[in-house]
Design a protein. Structure first.
Length: 169
């Protein structure tokens, strides 16, 4: 790339970030500049759900992560025994929180269901667009992937603290 091309790219205005107030607070995106966040926002999809509407089911293929803009979601896990009795509520998440990040790395089955508690708006980042971002914008991809790994490590340590007798290393 020529020096002139690099210079002209710097003069190009950054993509607009309509959801800056929410996105820059999410750990996954907190290290991104406004310009970088604008690029990420181009691949996000906004969705709306009614109360009690299923966002995704436990056991279905993970397609991406969801960032809550408005409303709340319930995270439910049925597991093997509770399929007959009912689901256990693991968490209630609200604006600025996210769920389903692991699906960005692989499309394995969801470990829990997520259901809108009332009218809810979310932003979705789907795995194919995330993988394309890794390819086309390597620095942004590195920053997001690094924060994803840090978040997963925090969750893993939290689980280890809950079960000190676990043999996981």
């Amino acid at each position: 790339m020529s020096l002139l091309t690099k210079f002209l790219r710097l003069l190009r205005p950054a993509p607009a970030t309509r959801h800056w107030d929410v996105l820059h607070k999410i750990p996954l995106f907190q290290t991104l500049s406004r310009r970088e966040l604008g690029i990420v926002e181009l691949i996000l999809h906004e969705r709306s759900y009614l109360g009690d509407e299923v966002i995704f089911e436990e056991g279905e293929e993970g397609l991406g992560m969801y960032i809550i803009l408005e409303g709340q979601v319930r995270v439910l896990r049925r597991g093997i025994i509770r399929k007959i009795v009912g689901a256990e509520e693991i968490a209630v998440l609200g604006p600025g929180e996210s769920v389903g990040e692991i699906a960005l790395l692989d499309g394995v089955k969801r470990s829990a269901a997520v259901i809108a508690k009332g009218p809810t708006r979310v932003l979705c980042l789907f795995q194919p667009e995330f993988l394309q971002l890794l390819h086309t914008h390597r620095l942004i991809g590195f920053k997001v992937t690094y924060e994803l790994a840090r978040g997963l490590a925090r969750r893993f340590r939290g689980l280890m603290e809950q079960d000190p007798g676990s043999n996981m290393v």
